[in-house]
Design a protein around this ligand. Structure first.
Ligand code: GLU
Length: 601
């Protein structure tokens, strides 16, 4: 949800009339600003949603740091963007600490319950479930990681408590916000799924219909859930009453007795237990690191494939002088590098991939071996085969090929920087828009369906799939929160939703900004294409009309038109301050803001 859902948060904050711990009090009926670009100083926030951005900015204005603001904004997105993110899901948090000049990450990815085996998504006859059959089930829900991510981020680097960070979001949930067309549409798109569950129907299909655009939407159960967590700590979620409610929802899905809309699949329970929740821990993996034309690019390591795939593609592109080429020539190579790195990501990257193999995938010599396959005048036939990251490089070797993944379309992203120079790049999700479609009864939040990010079945005759389900394992993600440095100084932080297209969108924005000479707002707005090692790559209509014919003449396969790719947020750091950007149009447009606007802009 991006546009105009809000009536609660406003201008009084700037006048200092805010009650500590509450949402910045916007006059009812007014919306917080939703500018896609803001230039200035003193800190910046960019999210897909004006209320979340306003909450984050308010935290910064009142002396909070980037981590405080990011957690408060994320908790607010759990209210206003409940179909993309929330405490029922997980995500990846990348943090730059200005004092130590180090980049840290938190892996808050959902974990498979202990009961989940390799055949979790196979039907009794041994065939894989249909995607919606797997999604709308208790099996698809992984142990959520977002709440522990917030707690640990605040504990390690924040200056505010978790209750302080949750308070504005609880306020928004209690007082309500104005429904916009995106919010309504996301419910309408899930009407059949949501109608199956009494709890979800009650919250999101009042009277059997999605709430009307312009009406006020309240979620008092979620407000109470946030407040209960504030009073009792995260144990209530991972061990106590909320844990019991989550497990009960997974094991006994709250199926409506009389769903108004038929559902063609059996709704299966899952095996998550209290012990699974109790055992859950966030991890703190080292970030991925790659050099690109003098910049240093930090990203998210496994279980996300984002940092590896973006890094490998950049390493491949670095073998070519993109800035000396036309836009079409450069984009052609962007597509080729994306396909090659996706082939390797699909073949090699999963939760258990060894660090040694990950290191090989990011070696320049491996990239050179991959790049030598590229003929700028004649595109490779897709899908391309994966390479051999075996430490012996020098030829153009390949092996067998692997299919493309589920593109997905949910998730949300936020970028925050503070006046001390700390930066948070955070992508969070419940997987599909609407997660597994089950609101935990009485708790006001949806459960994720992240387990469907596992591959359902080992392809016969193919090498071992690194992304099959297993007890405690985390499914491979594409989320790519990225922070780029120029000569040790922060240059750019960016990320986006979009399932597997996340990787290509982040990559394309970096190429746009670094190689094609675009400003950050231009790099954000430019039309996008996504080549994930497929004979049918996707692109937005504007990309196809601008470049499709010329790319076809270079041998690129025809693009499948898709309405939009991604909903990015980013901040660029300049000698004069910060440029915060969100989408001007995609997903209804996002909201960027700075603490002290530069009046000359
Ligand atoms: N579940 C996806 C992932 O982790 C993200 C879903 C989306 O962005 O739509 O890669």
């Amino acid at each position: 949800m991006k546009l105009g859902k809000i009536a609660v948060v406003a201008v009084v904050a700037a006048a200092g009339l805010v009650v500590p711990g509450s949402a910045p009090a916007f006059a009812h009926g007014t919306e917080p600003p939703r500018d896609p670009t803001a230039v200035g100083y003193g800190g910046a926030v960019s999210t897909v949603d004006p209320t979340a951005t306003a909450v984050g900015l308010d935290v910064l204005r009142r002396g909070g740091n980037a981590v405080d603001a990011a957690v408060a904004a994320a908790a607010t997105l759990g209210v206003t963007e409940p179909f993309s993110a929330g405490i029922g899901g997980g995500g990846f948090f990348v943090y730059y600490d200005a004092k130590t000049r180090r980049v840290h990450t938190i892996d808050g990815r959902e974990a498979a319950p202990r009961a989940m085996g390799e055949n979790a998504f196979l039907k009794p006859d041994g065939t894989p479930m249909a995607f919606q059959e797997a999604r709308v089930s208790g099996i698809s829900a992984g142990v959520p990681g977002s709440l522990l991510t917030w707690k640990e981020a605040l504990r390690k680097w924040g200056s505010r408590s978790l209750p302080a960070a949750l308070a504005p979001a609880a306020d928004v949930a209690q007082r309500g916000f104005t429904v916009d067309s995106t919010f309504r549409q996301q419910i309408a798109d899930n009407a059949a799924q949501f109608a199956q569950f009494s709890s979800t129907r009650e919250l999101y299909l009042p009277g059997g219909q999605p709430p009307v655009v312009g009406s006020r939407f309240r979620n008092p159960d979620l407000a109470d859930t946030y407040r209960e967590i504030s009073r009792h700590g995260t144990d209530v979620f991972y061990e106590g009453r909320i844990a019991r409610d989550i497990v009960s929802t997974v094991q006994h899905p709250p199926v409506a007795a009389d769903p108004a809309v038929p559902w063609q699949f059996e709704i299966r329970p899952g095996g998550m237990t209290l012990a699974d929740l109790d055992r859950y821990e966030v991890r703190f993996p080292a970030p991925t690191k790659s050099d690109y034309r003098g910049y240093t690019v930090y990203g998210m390591s496994t279980p996300s494939s984002g940092g590896i795939a973006v890094g490998e593609a950049l390493n491949i592109l670095e073998q070519f002088d993109l800035s000396g080429m036309s836009a079409v020539e450069a984009l052609n190579l962007y597509l080729e590098a994306s396909a090659l790195s996706f082939a390797d990501r699909n073949r090699y990257v999963g939760d258990d991939t060894s660090q040694r193999l990950l290191d090989e995938l990011l070696r320049d010599r491996f990239a050179a071996e991959r790049a030598c396959l590229i003929d700028p005048a004649k595109a490779l036939t897709k899908p391309v085969a994966p390479g051999n990251p075996d430490g012996r490089y020098g030829d153009c070797a390949t092996s067998a090929s692997v299919a493309d993944g589920n593109p997905g379309q949910s998730t949300t992203n936020l970028t925050v920087a503070d006046k001390w120079g700390n930066i948070v790049e955070y992508t969070l999700t419940i997987e599909q828009t609407g997660g597994n479609a089950m609101v935990v009864p009485g708790r006001g939040f949806l459960l994720n369906n992240e387990m469907t990010d596992f591959n359902f079945v080992q392809t016969p005759g193919a090498p071992p799939d690194p992304n099959l389900p297993a007890p405690g394992k985390r499914p491979r993600s594409s989320m790519s929160p990225t922070i780029v440095f120029d000569d040790g100084k922060p240059f750019l932080a960016l990320g986006t939703p979009g399932g597997a297209t996340i990787i290509t969108t982040v990559l394309q924005m970096l190429v746009n900004r670094i190689d094609l000479g675009m400003t950050l707002p231009e790099a954000m707005a430019a039309p996008r294409a996504s080549q994930r090692n497929s004979a049918a790559p996707q692109a937005e209509a504007a990309f196809i009309s601008a470049y499709g014919a010329e790319l076809a003449s270079l041998g690129q396969p025809a693009f499948v038109s898709t309405p939009e790719l991604g909903a990015a947020t980013a901040i660029e750091f300049t000698r004069h301050g910060m440029i915060a950007t969100a989408e001007p149009v995609r997903r209804g447009g996002g909201a960027a803001g700075v603490v002290r606007p530069d009046k000359s802009h």
